[in-house]
Ligand binder design. Sequence first.
Ligand code: ADP
Ligand code: MG
Ligand code: ZN
Length: 473
Amino acid sequence: MKWETVIGLEVHAELSTKSKIFCGCSTSYGSGPNTRVCPVCSGMPGALPVLNRSVLEYAMKLGIALNCAITKNSKFDRKNYFYPDIPNAYQISQLYDPICRDGYLEIEVDGSKKKIGIRQIHMEEDAGKLVHMANGTHMDFNRCGIPLLEIVSNPDFSNAAEVIAYLEKLRETLLYLDICDCKMQEGSIRADINLSVRKPGSELGVRTETKNMNSFKAIARAIEYERERQIETLEDGGQIFQETRRWDDEEGTSYGMRSKENAQDYRYFPDPDLPPIQIDDTWLSKIKETMPELAYQKRERYIKDFGIAQASTVVLTVHKNISDLFEAVALKSGQPIEAANLITGEIMRLMNNANILPEDLSIDTEKLSTLINLVTNGKINRGAYKETVEEVFTNNTEPEKYISEKGLMMVSDDNAIIEAIKTVLAENQDSVTDYKSGKEKVFGFLMGQVMKKLGKGGNPELVKTKMEEMLKA
Ligand code: ADP
Ligand code: MG
Ligand code: ZN
């Protein structure tokens, strides 16, 4: 009998607010350990937390984007546990009345769509870091109080492909909302995988939770590993224990860290230091008005308004930087299709070669628009266009200056072209005879010779028509 896999995700996203969630400390990296701390985030007695309003608004935005209901009376709770990375011995989080509930995210895998339920989104503070050294373990509280959103899905996934599609779409949403930089390697977005297996139709099986994957690839591998481990254990007559497992990407295995705690184990209770949060309709509608256009909405608009092919819209929205670039060039040049072709083709190729990530791309949109107009107005040919785009990409050169210096302006002057053709035909009498006796292939060779004489600015279309005329004569 076959086994069915059931997966639910808990994703933590670090928010890109300027200051921490309950104090004025900066969220930026840098400087030494414990340089971004104050009495509030280092748990000093008597220091009181105050909620950063931006954190709440970011949470509302994500909730709206993920089709959630926004909780009008939301509260913070203390999650109690002792570990040296949390100076208060509790984490401020939300359990009973999280800010968002009951949403969904629609994913698409191999052409079929599926809605993944979002059980809740809650706000919480991050914990610090323990640094293990030869002389002992040190505590760095810089990360304490960094704002997090935890996005908890329903157990709606049945394989790794669905999980990756969900994470990609969630990442895209966070980036377009501009609330998280989503650098997985740096831990600004982290996913915990809850997985169980069962026989089709039976109740949910016992699940494990796997942590510590820092790439989509690692997540897919961890899912495969855990699925097989559970099936093997059960088929051998064994039992699955509810536990937290740690993924080791080098080994390609995970190992049990601790038996999994339940919410009861943390003795959650409402935080007495933070007043309940009240959100009225006016505030909510204000936030709705400031929602930026999301990636999937952009894709729909590019198809509808610009006639861009579906596959290209996917490339154009891989990152906000790319869609911003596309929109600027499309607008300035007035030629969206050319702009799309340029970015999905040449620019992507140049980025790949230079190993530049979309988030690090910066290129002058004015210069690209100028080039698009030069090529479509017949002032330069496609070869010169490509060459100059590369020059702008690598050296930010002034396109017109480069074109005139390199003599790339298209020669559309009839006399110059006729002269060049005359010379070439005179120099290649044999080919001309061949051509006239029906060997039409020779035409390409003669074209090449004329283009060589004209330099990089030769206008191939004009050369072609003129030479056809002259050969007939
Ligand atoms: P906890 O209170 O231990 O965090 P939750 O009920 O909050 O557990 O669930 C955490 C995550 O685990 C959710 O994403 C949920 O969808 C998922 N989950 C719950 N039960 C199962 C199961 N039997 N198999 C797979 N995933 C599950
Ligand atoms: Mg949980
Ligand atoms: Zn602080």
